[in-house]
Design a protein around this ligand. Structure first.
Ligand code: DCP
Length: 230
């Protein structure tokens, strides 16, 4: 990463013919995205970007993630505005090397998380309207190319168990129904493809198995993932 000679500025990428391949890892909360990214970070020539969750837990000393779980109606827009900014920053940052793999995307932030807050009656309509205007402006005016979506498909029950095990303080309040709604939104978007525009082809990987079996699956799917067509 630190080798700046290998880093291509966005401007050059956009003007030139050659563009790196961008792969987004998607899936429910605690579906195992981080483990997947860790596996691929050991592969040469892949730049791996994890989710900016540390920023969502601490922006200038405030914790919008925690606030959102405590009172989604009041703080949902606060967190989601910041998520949208940090995801945009990720999509636009300098790409080092021929393949970039990133955790989630600006698309799932809007189509899954903002949608869920609004649909469940926890986000006021005006907040949803403002976030939607921002999202539409961004996606209509800035090219955010994605070449492949890897969907880690899990049962909501699996995520619930993993969530309990990892014990992230803010997430202690998450009930099973929350994971079920997120699951349904992901299924409608990436499997049925009936809700929102899918920005790239989707590769589905079943992710209910334990760590060892998951690593084996990544090994098996490695070539397919890395040869994502543009
Ligand atoms: N989150 C949110 N709104 C978004 C994106 C994420 O409220 N637009 C929340 C959900 C989680 C936390 O942020 O509480 C972290 O998100 P992830 O599920 O993406 O990260 P994980 O660490 O859970 O991923 P995994 O366990 O799959 O590695």
């Amino acid at each position: 990463h630190s080798n700046s000679a290998q880093c291509v500025s966005r401007k050059l990428v956009r003007n030139g013919e050659e563009r790196p391949t961008v792969i987004c890892i998607e899936g429910n909360i605690a579906s195992g995205k981080t483990t997947c990214l860790e596996y691929f970070s050991k592969t040469n020539n892949i730049e791996v970007l994890t989710e900016p969750v540390a920023k969502w837990r601490n922006v200038r000393g405030h914790n919008p993630l925690g606030l959102m779980y405590q009172d989604p109606t009041r703080w949902g827009i606060t967190l989601q505005t910041y998520v949208q900014l940090t995801m945009l920053d990720r999509h636009l940052s300098q790409i080092c090397g021929p393949v970039r793999m990133m955790e989630r995307s600006i698309f799932s932030a809007k189509y899954i998380f903002v949608e869920n807050l609004y649909k469940s009656g926890k986000m006021p309509e005006v907040d949803f309207a403002v976030l939607s205007e921002w999202f539409e402006w961004i996606t209509q005016n800035i090219a955010l190319p994605v070449d492949l979506i890897v969907y880690l498909q899990t049962k909501p029950e699996t995520c619930y168990e993993r969530l309990r095990e990892r014990c992230r303080e803010e997430e202690k309040v998450i009930p099973m129904e929350y994971l079920e709604s997120i699951h349904q939104l992901y299924e409608d978007w990436l499997i049925k493809q009936t809700s929102f525009k899918v920005p790239a082809p989707v590769l589905v990987i079943s992710a209910d198995d334990d760590l060892e079996k998951m690593l084996h699956q990544y090994e098996e799917n490695k070539e397919r993932i890395l040869s994502a067509q543009r």
